[in-house]
Design a protein around this ligand. Structure first.
Ligand SMILES: [Zn+2]
Length: 117
């Protein structure tokens, strides 16, 4: 199997912000959006249906924790959570902070964030 995300987990451990039993949170190093990170299951999973109930539960907790951290550390007024997984099929969630006062928002911000990553 040739999967970019599975490879990154092995070859780029410095980008990993947090690692839990089922998930990895990876920093994007986005200059445009500090704090923008990606939540990825440890296992190679390509659909929501493939996740176990334990993985789903932990994912929800992690989204809440990441949102709180982005609000506190990066003054995020809003945190977008987006899953596309079209270019890389390994399921992953983009957590994109929109800082207070930022003019760019919604789909425009999401597109800019994801294409700059
Ligand atoms: Zn993978």
């Amino acid at each position: 199997m040739n999967c970019k995300i599975c490879e990154l987990h092995k070859i780029q451990p410095q980008a990993i912000i947090q690692s839990t039993e089922f998930w990895i949170i990876r920093n994007t190093s986005s200059a445009l959006l500090p704090g923008y990170c990606i939540l990825e299951p440890r296992r190679h999973v390509t659909t929501w249906s493939d996740l176990t109930s334990k993985e789903i539960i932990e994912m929800g907790t992690l989204i809440q924790e990441i949102e709180s951290r982005l609000k506190f550390e990066h003054h995020a007024e809003k945190v977008y959570v987006v899953t596309i997984s079209e270019v890389v099929s390994h399921l992953h969630l983009h957590l994109i902070p929109r800082a207070t006062g930022m003019q760019l928002r919604g789909l425009h911000l999401i597109e800019k964030a994801i294409t700059s990553n």
